[in-house]
Design a protein around this ligand. Structure first.
Ligand code: AVJ
Ligand code: FE
Length: 457
């Protein structure tokens, strides 16, 4: 996966940066000045803040730190420092209006491409430049903000401005899939040392012993989640953690975010409607459930007699190849994602039906680990053993601890550059505006573990 030809690496880096910028502009060119400056939710920044913040990070890390160039707009550093201003306060800041923000990000990009054309990028170069890391880091940063901007679009009220084709219907075999897959026990390699654009929190590679466990072959569907709702799951504290139950009561949770009861529940299959990027439609029963918080996922799993997988279990299911004992980049192997393998890249504005993407299945037959919906795991955000912050503590290190829960796998609005079997995402357990669903797991029962835990054919 390392590209040793510097010209090929330059072309890959340029394409990743250009793809991110096309998306950033598409997400901001479709709204007028007022909508770009408005705060559509207190959870989110105004879109103009994300836009200029993308440029400012590119200036700081790519143009100045890696490129050694002089500052373009050092006066903007404070304004667009995410740690100095919480999201709720950003609309009151003297932000660049949309057109000056667009000119700023374009000026930074011109300089960034000059740096790219001149940079030594061999494995012995400065660590920011080696293997083109800083270009990959900024492309991932921009794509992550694009996903955040997509969540702002989803929260925004008003007529639809984003459009995309629907994913294909589920393949014929989706209904006959086994409900769960057995992931045999034993050590596997978690994290990576040889993924050139892996971020600091994905490193280093280390062995983790994961006892055998059962994992859902597909994410939990809206149909299954509605069974939990119909069984009174939201009203029964037995299924909720203490913190989850107090949040459930205080926030009045009773259904996923963006859902409302249909006026004519008898003629709407399932009886629920959802708002999706400005369109109200019946909740599709075969899609993975989306816009649930960690507490809801945890409660559903307990109601189902199951639990959320740990992050190590998730990564083993997504990467471990029982035939070779190797950890691979993706469930299907080492090849880059394509539209046949996973629902990524905002080609669609929703997840595909559960059971989709048979070509992207893992060797254990687990589907949709990559793409469709971020998957909540049971785990807190902890560093891998041997972690070293790079290039700055505020990317990952300041978030370590029990406040954040880990999400894995990426959603339909995640670009492939910011998605792989090792990629780690995190958020507060109350957050629902992110594109998150989940799947469940359970421990081995007596008799499940064979001698030496060799998988049986
Ligand atoms: C990894 C998605 C939690 O959006 O807060 C963006 C990514 N870091 N700018 C976030 C990030 C700095 C981060 N997440
Ligand atoms: Fe950022």
């Amino acid at each position: 996966t390392r590209q040793h030809d510097p010209e090929a690496l330059r072309a890959t880096a340029r394409a990743a940066l250009e793809r991110a910028r096309r998306r950033t502009l598409a997400l901001t060119d479709c709204l007028d000045e007022d909508e770009l400056a408005a705060q559509h939710s207190r959870l989110m920044s105004p879109l103009v803040w994300d836009l200029a913040h993308i440029g400012n990070q590119e200036e700081i890390w790519l143009v100045r730190a890696a490129g050694g160039q002089s500052p373009i707009r050092p006066d903007l550093d404070q304004l667009y420092d995410a740690f100095q201003h919480p999201r709720a306060e950003r609309p009151a800041l003297p932000l660049l209006p949309p057109d000056p923000a667009r000119r700023y990000v374009a000026a930074v990009r011109d300089r960034a491409l000059e740096v790219l054309d001149a940079a030594p990028m061999g494995p012995d170069a400065d660590p920011l430049l080696a293997d083109g890391f800083v270009f990959g880091m900024l492309a991932q940063h921009e794509q992550q903000h694009d996903e955040t901007m997509l969540a702002t679009h989803q929260l925004r009220r008003g007529p639809a401005v984003l459009h995309a084709p629907q994913p294909a219907p589920a393949p014929a075999d989706a209904a006959d899939l086994p409900r769960e897959a057995w992931i045999e026990g034993g050590p596997f390699t978690m994290g990576t040392d040889d993924e050139p654009w892996a971020l600091d929190n994905e490193r280093p590679a280390h062995r983790v012993d994961v006892p055998g466990f059962w994992l859902d072959t597909v994410p939990v569907s809206n149909r299954a989640y509605q069974e939990f709702m119909a069984a009174g799951g939201y009203e029964d504290p037995r299924w909720w953690s203490p913190a989850g139950w107090s949040h459930r009561v205080q926030a009045g949770l009773h259904a996923p975010l963006f859902w409302r009861r249909a006026d004519d529940p008898d003629t709407t299959p399932g009886g629920w409607l959802r708002r999706r990027f400005g369109v109200v439609e019946p909740v599709p029963l075969d899609e993975p459930v989306l816009h649930v918080c960690w507490y809801e996922a945890d409660a559903y799993a307990r109601w189902a007699g199951r639990r959320l997988p740990t992050e190590a279990e998730w990564e083993k299911a997504a990467r471990h190849d029982p035939a070779t004992g190797r950890s691979r980049r993706y469930p299907w192997g080492d090849a880059e994602p394509t539209p046949e393998l996973a629902n990524l890249g905002q080609h669609h504005l929703q997840p595909a039906p559960v059971g989709s993407y048979p070509a992207g299945a893992s060797p254990h037959g687990v589907r949709q680990l990559i793409g469709d919906v971020w998957e909540w795991t049971a785990s807190d955000f902890e560093p891998h053993p041997g972690f070293r912050a790079f290039p700055y503590k505020e990317y990952s290190e300041v978030f370590f601890g029990p406040d954040y829960k880990m999400l894995r796998g990426g959603a339909f609005g995640v670009d492939p550059v910011a998605c792989r079997g090792t990629f780690r995402n995190w958020d507060y357990p109350i957050r629902r505006q992110i594109f998150a669903g989940f799947r469940t797991a359970r421990d081995a029962a007596a008799g499940d573990r064979t001698a030496g835990d060799v998988p049986t054919e």
